[in-house]
Design a protein around this ligand. Structure first.
Ligand code: AMP
Ligand code: GLY
Length: 421
């Protein structure tokens, strides 16, 4: 197969790494790709939202399978345009990707199909938000409706704090633009992310992971795209996946079928779990997670091109899913002021020396004169496998410490990833 990965993050580098290991992979391309995908295949300099140019190039290069990574590409209709051109594509159609690109669409979809989620109200102005908050009691989560690159959610302890957020948003503009938002009851429990693969009719669960969203150790500081992750999730009931399959994935699949939404791609279920209520949906993403993908791929022992092509072609073959019993821990190395500011960094070595069982995946970056240049932010994810989480954790931090000299002192990381209570 000649395979194209659309995107430029560490998630896409991890997908490219696993795809390239398969004997099915004859040639690998990434667009725009990064310093990692450049060493695994060939990068094209076409941005992820330029559907027409991506399709033209994919046709010229006789691509057999296109894997779309980021939500911005899905929302720009890249998967739709690829499929119209007859190219097998793993990625949700633009319309189905509204499960991620519109929080209001997602909440109403869950309401229509009996999918457990927090009570919500949609608002379109500051006045409407105030009215809703006047009768609100307790914790409230404020979410901008559209895609906001992780900046559109504020968790508030009381309605007063939410009022201040709305005042600022409706004064200065909502994150991601637009004028619609939701208020949602603040749920309690523990978060877990479950990843399903859909082929338009059927779905299978690929795996689950826990990620760390706050910038600092002990879950303090601002929200980030994710500072680390581990898989499998620890200290959840052994039947968590069966519960999610029955209570969440089944009604999602029935809802998509009923509403004739075409969904061939990854569906990320962001869940809150507690003993009393089981799992509730915090968010859907119409794609794989970052950094969760970086810890799922090392554990995946099946043939990824065959699996993703079977989804793309509406012929999902669950027997191609096989997962190692080993655990994987991933630590994100970010520039020091992330997420407040992105500080460009350059001169890093593209090939890092890591112990066996470890891997490194580059975030947005490019190769220039044999060295890596990054615009800053989440620069690199380092992962390690281990027999259990504690061993994987020890190994990943040993690997990160071992890289110290090669990376200079511009990068920082959380030291408590996968440190379980
Ligand atoms: P989202 O992008 O909707 O997943 O929100 C980002 C983060 O905000 C989640 O990972 C949670 O940590 C938190 N969050 C979102 N919705 C809720 C909720 N209803 N209750 C508690 N925390 C939430
Ligand atoms: N790790 C969170 C996300 O990918 O949205």
């Amino acid at each position: 197969m000649r395979i194209l990965v659309v995107g430029n993050g560490a998630r896409e580098d991890a997908l490219a790494w696993k795809l390239a290991q398969s004997p099915q992979c004859e040639a690998l391309f990434a667009s725009p790709g990064n310093a990692g995908t450049a060493s695994r295949g060939v990068n094209w300099a076409i941005p992820v939202t330029e559907a027409k140019r991506l399709v033209e190039r994919a046709k010229a290069e006789a691509i057999d399978l296109c894997v779309v990574g980021p939500e911005t590409a899905l929302a720009a209709g890249v998967a739709d345009r690829m499929r119209e051109a007859g190219i097998s594509t793993f990625g949700a159609a633009r319309s189905a990707a509204r499960l991620e690109s519109s929080k209001i669409f997602a909440k109403r979809f869950m309401e229509r199909h009996g999918i457990p989620t927090a009570y919500f109200r949609a608002v379109h102005s500051f006045e409407q938000a105030e009215k809703a908050l006047d009768v609100w009691e307790g914790g409230v989560v404020v979410k901008a409706d559209g895609l906001a690159a992780g900046k559109g959610v504020v968790v508030c302890d009381d309605p007063e704090a939410a009022r201040a957020v709305f005042r600022e948003w409706y004064g200065r503009g909502l994150p991601g633009g637009g004028s619609d938002a939701i208020l949602e009851v603040k749920l309690h429990g523990r978060e877990v992310s479950v990843f399903a693969l859909l082929d338009g009719r059927a779905a299978v669960i690929l795996g689950a992971a826990c990620d760390y969203k706050r910038a600092g150790d002990g879950d303090v500081g601002p929200n980030t795209g994710g500072m680390g992750a581990y898989s499998p999730p620890a200290s959840f009931p052994h039947d968590l996946i069966d519960h999610v399959r029955e209570k969440i994935l089944a009604p999602v699949m029935a809802g998509l079928a009923e509403e004739r939404e075409e969904y061939r791609g990854a569906l990320y279920l962001g869940l809150m779990w507690n003993e009393e209520e089981g799992a509730s949906v915090l968010e859907f993403n119409a794609r794989f997670g970052d950094p969760e993908t970086q810890v799922l791929m090392p554990r995946f022992t099946g043939d990824l091109p065959l699996l993703l092509k079977s989804c793309a072609d509406g012929a999902l073959d669950p027997s191609t899913i096989s997962t190692s019993l080993q655990a994987c821990v991933g630590v994100v190395l970010a520039t020091r002021e992330y997420p407040v500011r992105s500080t460009p960094i350059e001169g890093l070595a593209p090939q890092l020396h890591l112990p066996a069982g470890c891997a490194a995946f580059w975030g947005a970056s490019e190769l220039s004169g044999g060295r890596v240049r990054s615009p800053g932010g989440r620069v690199l994810t380092v992962t390690a496998l281990g027999d259990e989480i504690a061993q994987a954790r020890e190994r990943v931090y040993a690997a990160v410490r071992g890289l110290g000299g090669a990376l200079g002192d511009g990068l920082t990381f959380r030291s408590d990833i996968a440190l379980l209570p």
